[in-house]
Design a protein around this ligand. Structure first.
Ligand SMILES: Cc1ncc(COP(=O)(O)O)c(C=O)c1O
Length: 397
């Protein structure tokens, strides 16, 4: 038997990916499945970006690059931060990564060791606790309040801070809730973290998918980047999930350590994706606006339909690709001899009886909810909502 590392014992596989794979397997068997688990844009990567990549390959840009990414792409990222967020970074304060996930991984590996704690606001993106555990540190979950639009009073968050608290991870707009953190909550968090020497890791992957409000990057609140790491990605903004390209910006000392981790893991991000990202970031952004408009139509539809259903509560998603309804009003009810006893049972009921796939909220630290993705076409969303309503009506009967 092969010996494997202890650090992997408590690592949970991604529930979102697991559900997606189950849906795909059934679909391949010809079952009429509606899959609302998907957390990636359904649009093809825009042609222009593909052309940039083809040119890069034809010009022979197919070799290793610097560990931390090519300088021209760092300059494009610096231009983006100035243009969209009003923040000025230098090349030394930027790292290009193989997706936002690798930026999160690099950062946590660079700062954490056994005994350290990281505050994770719950509900959270599934990867944060697992990456924290991989470093030997401990995730500490600070629940947000759905009643206040998934923010919280700072006193409640402060009660989770100990001498071991090294960092806090923020994700606004959030996967899975779609909520933006409230302005005053962010200000209070920045003050708290400044006083307690806590690093703020701000995952801004869904920055460009915000509908009614103006987005403000965490670092833009006071312009001080000394304890803030901002992470972003090409994945959702430009529908480039498979290209594996993201970036992070923050204090030079931290970026240097992240580069060390990257140098010993992937060596460098994909050269072709890097080259194609330069003009994508600095060029015309109309493709981003078009995709956002389409997501907004879907968000509006999903929100208005779900709001009509009795005994469901739901925060209107400010952004990202998800709705996160509280369905606990339907728990404890017997269905064909089986009691729905939490989000896993609820998701399984939808799956078994209606071939409708969603992700149980427990995967995001919130068993009252399920996550419904609208990163799929309107006809699929319509049919999904239709089946969802039918399922809930059946439970109520
Ligand atoms: C909050 C959040 N951060 C990061 C990622 C990963 O992004 P990337 O593809 O850039 O690694 C995801 C993907 O689902 C996400 O939801």
């Amino acid at each position: 038997m092969i010996k494997t590392a202890k650090r992997l014992r408590n690592i949970i596989p991604s529930a979102t990916t697991e559900m997606m794979i189950r849906a795909r397997e059934l679909k391949d068997q010809g079952v009429d499945v509606i899959d609302l688990t998907i957390g990636e844009p359904d649009f093809p990567t825009p042609d222009l970006i593909i052309e940039y990549a083809v040119t890069a390959m034809k010009e022979g840009f197919t070799k290793y690059t610097n560990f931390d990414g090519i300088p021209e792409l760092k300059d494009a990222v610096i231009t983006k931060f100035k243009r969209d967020n009003g923040i000025t970074y230098s090349r030394e304060e930027v790292i290009i990564t193989a997706g936002a996930k690798q930026a999160v991984f690099n950062a946590l590996m660079a700062i954490l060791e056994e005994g350290d704690e990281v505050i994770v606001l719950a509900p959270y993106w599934v990867a944060y606790p697992e990456i924290i555990k991989l470093t030997g540190a401990t995730p500490v979950f600070a629940p947000l309040d759905p009643g206040s639009g998934y923010s919280r009073t700072i006193e409640k968050i402060e009660s989770f801070v100990t001498n071991e608290t090294t960092a806090i991870v923020l994700n606004s707009p959030s996967n899975p809730t779609g909520a933006l953190l409230a302005d005053n909550f962010i200000r209070d968090l920045i003050e708290l973290c400044g006083n307690k020497n806590i690093l703020i890791i701000s995952d801004e992957t869904y920055e460009q998918i915000v509908f009614d409000k103006k987005y403000k990057s965490i670092a833009a609140y006071d312009g001080d980047i000394s304890n803030k790491l901002t992470i972003n990605s090409m994945s959702k903004t430009y529908s480039m999930t498979g290209w594996r390209l993201g970036y992070a910006a923050g204090p030079e000392q931290l970026i240097k350590k992240m580069v060390q981790i990257q140098a010993q893991s992937t060596s460098c991000p994909n050269s072709i994706a890097q080259k194609a990202s330069i003009n994508t970031i600095i060029g015309d952004q109309s493709m981003v606006i078009e995709m956002r408009e389409e997501y907004k139509k879907r968000r509006d539809f999903v929100y208005s339909e779900l709001s009509e259903i009795p005994d469901i509560s739901l925060h209107k998603p400010d952004g990202a690709l998800f709705a996160f309804p509280d369905v606990s009003g339907y728990y404890g009810i017997n269905q064909n001899g089986k009691t729905i006893d939490g989000s896993v049972d609820f998701a399984e009921f939808l799956m078994d009886q209606f071939k409708l796939f969603v992700v149980p909220g427990v995967a995001f630290g919130c068993d009252e909810n399920i996550r419904i993705s609208y990163a799929t076409s309107m006809p699929v969303i319509r049919e999904g909502i239709h089946r969802f309503k039918k399922a809930l009506a059946q439970i109520r009967d």
